[in-house]
Design a protein around this ligand. Structure first.
Ligand SMILES: [Zn+2]
Length: 272
């Protein structure tokens, strides 16, 4: 397991990459921070969120910047409709233009084996997870907050890649975005009960109690769910950075600012 690395845009600002995915010549990818875009104010600068009131032309420009940074095109972006579901969409063709899949019921994971398609999912405390099957050349973009950790979206996505592409977990490289850390992720008994039932057999200090709140380590629960599915430990890159207590110049956090914020994207593509 290793950390994500910083990379710089030509015009300044940083984004993050997985060391292992960076070594895969067939893959373009990036975990984006607030830097490198054109939005203003609370959306400064690389915002991908349409529902917060940001200027739509600026958002379009941000999508273009991000797609081109990883070697893709705006018109090839396919994005999630994130509603904390366990629904997975399969992209079978490149044509279709910039689009959102899974509306209106939501889809929190997208998979494809079509080169050129840029998969995008979003985070701002939640996690964005990229998967790459280095044998069958298939990719996934997954969104998982605590509900996604509870509903097993990651394991279901890997199973779906198995059905569609013959993916075996041992051939998967996984990379996990910055997300809320366990010190910042406070919950009540209800959330803890749901997750504890699934992960009770895991290392107990993924859960700890402070005052009348529970603290839960979503990063390590995601790591555990990857390992349980059969992904190999050395094929997982996971960011320890926290969107809430990390640098506010780099990250938006739903817990820090509520809805007054933009959202980060992670994008992955197979190079044509
Ligand atoms: Zn934190």
């Amino acid at each position: 397991m290793s950390e994500l690395m910083e990379k710089s845009f030509e015009k300044g600002g940083i984004y993050l990459v997985s060391p292992q995915l960076s070594m895969c010549s067939h893959v373009g990818h990036g975990f984006f921070t607030r830097q490198g875009g054109v939005s203003k104010g609370i959306f400064e600068s690389l915002n991908f969120r349409y529902t917060g009131g940001d200027n739509e032309n600026d958002i379009k420009r941000n999508y273009t910047i991000a797609a081109e940074t990883i070697g893709g095109k705006y018109d090839d972006i396919v994005r999630t409709c994130q509603l904390h579901t366990d629904k997975i969409e399969v992209v079978r063709e490149r044509e279709g233009g910039f689009r959102q899949v899974g509306r209106p019921d939501g889809c929190d994971a997208i998979i494809t084996n079509v080169p050129g398609v840029v998969l995008a999912a979003f985070y701002a405390d939640c996690q964005m997870i990229m998967l790459y099957d280095k044998k069958q050349h298939a990719i996934a973009a997954v969104h998982a907050g605590w509900r996604g950790v509870a509903n097993g979206i990651l394991a279901k996505t890997i199973r779906k890649m198995g059905e569609e592409y013959g993916t075996q977990p041992k051939n998967i490289i996984a990379a996990v975005s910055p997300s809320i850390c366990r010190r910042c992720f406070e919950t009540d008994d209800d959330v803890k009960e749901i997750l504890f039932e699934i992960y009770e057999d895991q290392v107990p200090d993924y859960f700890y109690r402070e005052g009348n709140k529970w603290h839960i380590d979503l990063k390590m629960l995601t790591y555990s769910s990857l390992i349980r599915t059969g992904v190999l430990p050395y094929n997982i890159d996971l960011s320890s950075r926290c969107t809430r207590c990390g640098d506010p110049e780099l990250y938006w956090s739903h817990r820090r600012t509520g809805n007054e914020r933009g959202v980060h994207a992670g994008m992955i593509m197979l190079k044509p």
